[in-house]
Design a protein around this ligand. Sequence first.
Ligand code: ATP
Ligand code: MG
Length: 334
Amino acid sequence: MIKRILTGDRPTGPLHLGHYVGSLQNRVRLQEEYDTYLLIADVQALTDNFEHPEKLEANIFEVALDYLAVGLDPDKVKIVVQSMVPELTELTIYFMNLVTTATLERNPTLKDEIKQRNFTKGLPVGFYTYPISQASDITIFKAHLVPVGEDQLPMIEQAREIVRRFNRMYDKVLIEPKALVGQVARLPGTDGGAKMSKSLGNCIYLGDSPEVVRKRVMSMYTDPTRLHPTDPGHVEGNPVFTYHDVFNPDKAEVEDLKERYRKGTVGDVEVKEKLFKALNVFLEPIRERRAHFASKPGHVREIIVEGTRMGRAVAQATMAEVRTAMKISYKLQG
Ligand code: ATP
Ligand code: MG
């Protein structure tokens, strides 16, 4: 049996460098080998954006464009819109019985995200329970593998726990998924924050123009203890060098910059200029493919509609098995 991948992104904005190294790169690499479903998680995005639902539609399109731009092949992968698979909501409700509030409270990513979002009118139940809905996303597709960034590991663990409980209690229907973390588990933000994240405004987006990338790089956080280019600087924990390590293929140049930075014989401007150049080489082909697909919005919409249709068929088949296993497949018709 060909194995499946399920992973996804929230349509809260276009995708950024963190998505690439955390997850997209693995998806591209594995698309030939795995039957791949990419979920654009608009229902999950609503859990902390319910006051601005109008943002979703345009961002669904942006995320799909980013998928195509990085080389995900629409003849191989299925792009699925979460809200158009209502079976996911049904499975989430059943899963809610299998999870305790204590387990949710212990989820470290959920804890961080709640703190970060600082909900002023109280914590919405929808946000609090999104790890359960994410478990439905993964398991309804019977995914074996979930390529994600490190922040998602507690979510995969939660999904695995639910699968074990479900299979033990009802019947062995669901598959216990495995996480696959990318080349960089968690790319820091341009502000030096621990994670580049759409909600934090510390991103370099895959579709950014050269001018914008340049501006974002030149204003990046570096070493706050270094006031003059002649001061010895710190390379570790400095996001400019983290990005050099990841995106600059010229390792000799990176080593030379690091050495001179430590000694205080190179300025931030030169280090950043070279980073900008490397990023631009990396982003140029992505930008070109993005522009190509952006000029054919009808085609992109067709890709999404077809992917969603195929995804929903898988979800419906799983739900029939789930209901049978739970003995709620009532024979009340005919
Ligand atoms: P939001 O701020 O709306 O939560 P986000 O930038 O965190 O957006 P998500 O859509 O939540 O992006 O994440 C989609 C996928 O990308 C997840 O697998 C996540 O782990 C991965 N990812 C996101 N940001 C990073 C990052 N900075 N480094 C590595 N992986 C990342
Ligand atoms: Mg996120």
